[in-house]
Design a protein around this ligand. Structure first.
Ligand SMILES: [Zn+2]
Length: 128
């Protein structure tokens, strides 16, 4: 033994000398310490970000389809083709006696097309 105490940096694995500075050091420097904690934060929040991306995409699709109007009717197929994911919504609310599913301020509710009698969706924008 030459008296040198070392430990591997938790982030990069580099040997760090414990002979000077704090003996309980876990990282080479502040950069490795920050990267280590950023990685943990990123890992913990990846599912949250994934779901939020879907919700934002759904909202953008509803907003784009609706344009500047305040109501728009669309078929299930066309909404699906646009990339809408029906499994994700932020909240639901009763709207004109139907369950309306929202992605933030834009929502959709099932209805029967009065002309074709096919099931379709009415897109609405709710004032928050
Ligand atoms: Zn390091």
């Amino acid at each position: 033994m030459d008296g040198k105490e070392t430990r591997k940096c938790r982030h990069c694995g580099t040997e760090i000398s414990l002979n000077k500075g704090r003996r309980d050091r876990l990282f080479c420097d502040e950069i490795c310490k920050n990267r280590y904690h950023n990685d943990i934060y990123f890992e913990k929040n990846s599912e949250f970000r994934r779901i939020n991306r879907i919700l934002k995409k759904n909202r953008d699709i509803l907003k784009f389809i609706m344009g500047s109007g305040n109501y728009f009717r669309i078929s299930h197929e066309r909404l699906k083709e646009a990339g809408f994911d029906f499994d994700y919504y932020t909240h639901s609310r009763n709207y004109e006696d139907s369950d309306c599913f929202f992605c933030y301020e834009y929502g959709y509710l099932k209805e029967l097309n009065p002309y074709t009698k096919n099931e379709s969706y009415g897109i609405v924008k709710c004032k928050l």
